[in-house]
Design a binder for this molecule. Sequence first.
Ligand SMILES: [Zn+2]
Length: 97
Amino acid sequence: MADSKPTLKICSKGHQFYKSSDCPTCPKCEQDRRPESGFLLQLSAPARRALEHNGITTLEKLSECTEQAILQLHGMGPASLPKLRAALKSEGLSFKK
Ligand SMILES: [Zn+2]
């Protein structure tokens, strides 16, 4: 019964990839997603969850918030703010004034 041979799969965007498991995650799509949400990876887990729970998964969304609003999120600490500021700046963005 064991079928360890990788099988060719095609994701909804048309990328072809081989996976031996049933995991449908497309590696190409995973990679494409990363730059946009890369700033989340620099944060501590609680801070990251705080943003994700509030739908703030992109720098564009983040730039619509004030620093004060972000600090008030449960799990967000002051240590995360410099990282967020730097991430915004790298995209030419900033916190809402
Ligand atoms: Zn894909």
